[in-house]
Design a protein around this ligand. Structure first.
Ligand SMILES: [Zn+2]
Length: 559
């Protein structure tokens, strides 16, 4: 392995890679020698890995130094070729060849099956896809051009945002009113866009042989062995076991702040004097991180040490670095992950670093385990399990990072965890309703949104009830239409992570063992099959949710 800053960059040649792909497909189609085919597939994969690695390097280096024009230009140059590179002909050829059996023996049946099912999603209905895209673009355009009446003047959303954060509560209140009033006034137009999007999507699904858009999207999310029924069961169980904890916790928060009611204006905070403050600066965080990973497991400690010593993470602040983002990248050729971040000595940026370390452990395992790129990352419903689990494992080490604020950190972090589970289940149930009721009155859509918000954000009253009833919060939430059937992934991952953390709390070694098994899951199974393969039940299983709920209550000190 080469140190990150010593890796030599050269422009990836996607044209040559295209030629290589064609040659490889030819060999698969013509040869009857399975060893020859396998060697060709692996050789193509190696060349692809080189391109991906170079692409990753240039992206990270341009983020590390936003002022470096060479890298910025280089990134613009290669991004289109990298993004449009289509590897499906390879899998199509394998699926039709005598090599298929050997391939599936080695990598499992999921990959080819998923590729085939995905291809079936795009056989017809192009005009509806175009209509969907147009409606989304026009909606965002419309919302971004909206004006808000404030102090007798019509102002933009970004100017209004300043008043919404004013120190004076009265100003904040008026600005919030202006915001909600504008969404109600523009509700007719926004609602029409919403409906166009929903209708276009239902048409896409029908054109491709699905009764229902939701089943259609689930396939694209690699939900092959489970679907609508299980996801609804998940939401039902969240309502039954998780929502009551949110109720209890919100009541504690309300009392802590001495408020009569929690509402949209004051919700989202946990402690009157702000969140827990880390003791550690960047250098100390990295050192304490080493202690945490050494203590968790020698293998984790080794991976972390190798990354640190070879400059595979950068979480320092600098004047030239792109801010506000954190991610883990696969440096495929070096078989090691890279963590990019901005540590601001706050609880949330500390959590982000440990979250990314969780991803890194998974990436490291799969880079070294699988020899084709498709298998390096698990499916969406699993990908956040290692990262979120690591966030929860960190509770056991909170004192290292927060000293006397340790408990405050655990409570604040768990509160965020709960609220995310609820918010995304809410979005999920709303989608279920919308796509099954595309012709219902707009007022019925609004009422469904309000009803579900009330269920999943219990104890938080709408700030301006009248405007709320007229759809202010529904029309102000266009993002709900951006990623159908996607956000529920986060809630599912959270639940599985919580279950592993609960096991960890009872028996550290057992929890770590579950983590390692999950980290070894690549892209060769869907969520339910993968969990079963490592001896875990899915997040929608009632026993799993029950045990997770007990753990969450304990983290919050709720009796
Ligand atoms: Zn993540």
């Amino acid at each position: 392995m080469i140190r990150f800053d010593e890796i030599k960059y050269e422009r990836p040649d996607y044209e040559a890679l295209k030629v290589k792909l064609k040659q490889t497909v030819d060999i698969i189609e013509k040869s009857s020698d399975l060893d020859e085919i396998e060697a060709a597939v692996l050789e193509f994969n190696r060349e692809r890995e080189h391109c991906e690695t170079m692409g990753g390097i240039v992206q990270i280096r341009s983020y590390l130094d936003g002022t470096n024009e060479t890298y910025a230009k280089e990134l613009m140059e290669i991004a289109p070729a990298s993004m449009s590179f289509d590897v499906t002909p390879l899998f199509d050829a394998i699926a039709k060849s005598p090599y298929k059996e050997k391939f599936e023996e080695k990598y499992g049946t999921f990959l080819l099956e998923f590729q085939k099912k995905k291809a079936m999603l795009y056989t017809a209905g192009e005009e509806f896809v175009a209509e969907e895209q147009n409606a989304i673009t026009e909606l965002h355009q419309f919302v971004s051009e909206m004006k808000f009446e404030f102090d007798g003047e019509m102002i933009s959303e970004s100017r209004l945002a300043i008043f919404r954060q004013d120190d004076d509560e009265e100003v904040r209140m008026r600005a919030t009113y202006a915001d909600k009033k504008a969404y109600v006034d523009n509700g007719k137009a926004i609602g029409d866009y919403y409906r166009r999007i929903v209708k276009a999507r239902n048409k896409i699904a029908r054109a491709n042989g699905f009764d229902n858009y939701l089943d259609y999207v689930n396939v694209s999310k690699a939900r092959l062995s489970y679907g609508e029924k299980e996801l609804q069961q998940f939401c039902d169980n969240v309502r039954k076991y998780i929502v009551p904890i949110i109720v209890q916790n919100n009541e504690v928060i309300r009392k802590r702040f001495g408020l009569e009611v929690l509402n949209g204006m004051n919700a989202g905070r946990c402690f009157p004097d702000g969140p827990a403050k880390p003791l550690v600066d960047t250098k100390a965080l990295i050192e304490k991180g080493q202690e945490m990973f050494d203590d968790l497991d020698p293998e984790f400690g080794d991976i972390y040490r190798r990354m640190n010593e070879n400059h595979y993470f950068d979480i320092d602040l600098s004047d030239t670095k792109v801010t506000g983002i954190g991610f883990t990248a696969d440096i495929v050729e070096q078989k090691i992950p890279y963590i990019f971040g901005n540590y601001l000595k706050t609880a949330s940026t500390l959590t982000t670093f440990l979250h990314e370390c969780g991803h890194a452990m998974q990436v490291n395992t799969c880079l070294n385990k699988f020899d084709i790129i498709e298998l390096h990352a698990p499916v969406q419903d699993i990908v956040e399990v290692p990262s979120k689990t690591m966030e929860l494992f960190s509770h056991a080490y909170a004192e290292k990072f927060f000293g006397k604020d340790a408990e405050k950190y655990i409570i604040g972090h768990t509160t965020d965890f709960l609220s995310e589970i609820g918010t995304y289940c809410m979005a999920h149930e709303l989608e279920t309703y919308l796509y099954n009721n595309e012709d219902a009155d707009m007022q019925e859509w609004i009422e469904k949104f309000n009803e579900l918000s009330n269920i999943y954000s219990p104890g938080i009253e709408p700030t301006f009830l009248d405007l709320h009833k007229q759809g202010a919060d529904f029309f102000g939430n266009a993002n709900l239409f951006s990623f159908p059937r996607y956000v529920i992934s986060y809630s599912l991952c959270s639940l599985t992570s919580t279950f592993i953390a609960a096991e960890f709390e009872k028996d550290k070694a057992k929890g770590v063992e579950f983590f390692k098994r999950i980290a070894g899951i690549g892209g060769n199974m869907d969520y339910a099959t993968a969990l079963a393969s490592v001896g875990l039940k899915p997040g929608y299983d009632e026993e799993v949710i029950k045990e997770s709920a007990e753990y969450l209550k304990k983290q919050l000190n709720l009796g």
